[in-house]
Design a protein around this ligand. Sequence first.
Ligand code: GSH
Length: 232
Amino acid sequence: MSGIKCNYWAGRGLMEVPRFCLAIAGKEYEDWRCTNGTGDLGNTLDSNLGRLPTINCAEGTVGQSAAINFYIASECGLMGSSTFEAAKIIEFSEHIKELNTAFRALVPWGSTPSEEKMAIFFDSEEATDYEGPADGSKRSARQLKWFLGRMEKLVGGDGFAVGGKLSLADVQLYNMFADKLAPGKGEPFESAARTDAALDKCPNIKACIASVADHENVKKWLVTRASLPYNF
Ligand SMILES: N[C@@H](CCC(=O)N[C@@H](CS)C(=O)NCC(=O)O)C(=O)O
């Protein structure tokens, strides 16, 4: 047992990236899922301002998903081979977070997306500055194509985003672009088909996602989690 306890709701949300990292590393942990209120967790919620996710580990409690991702990925050997590579992995995490923020500005969590909003996110070519200094006049028009156009050039051409080996960045790419609970349920950006079509133009990013999808421990985790409570 790793001594790690993950505390979260009965969903993927902000805990599924750490769960994937733990699965990849083959570490056992306690996967606490909130079904009956968070009262049992006592003051361990303080580290996330009373919210989930949090983790308990030998040294104490950690809250905020970015910090949890860093801690778990480090413990699982998924934070690169140097401080520089760790920084590059965090850099990539932030790109992915910004992309998700752009999507959620159009489609707030829990809402039903309109075709108009989905078309803006997937098809907009208003911001086409895929190279060089970003065009600040198009700041509010940066949608999927803009992020992918720039991110595709940053990842390695060897199936790994950073440092020639599997890292948190690859897990986050899988989580954002490929993870789904079931056909039609919990699809990336509310449409796996549209997401896959966009990725067809990004062979480097697709290869990073495949490195995660093809990992034997990931395949086992996907079978295991199918029997666990997942509402989102
Ligand atoms: N920035 C925090 C956000 C935490 C957060 O919003 N958690 C949600 C669940 S995903 C929550 O518990 N919300 C309850 C609330 O805000 O009252 C993180 O990344 O951990």
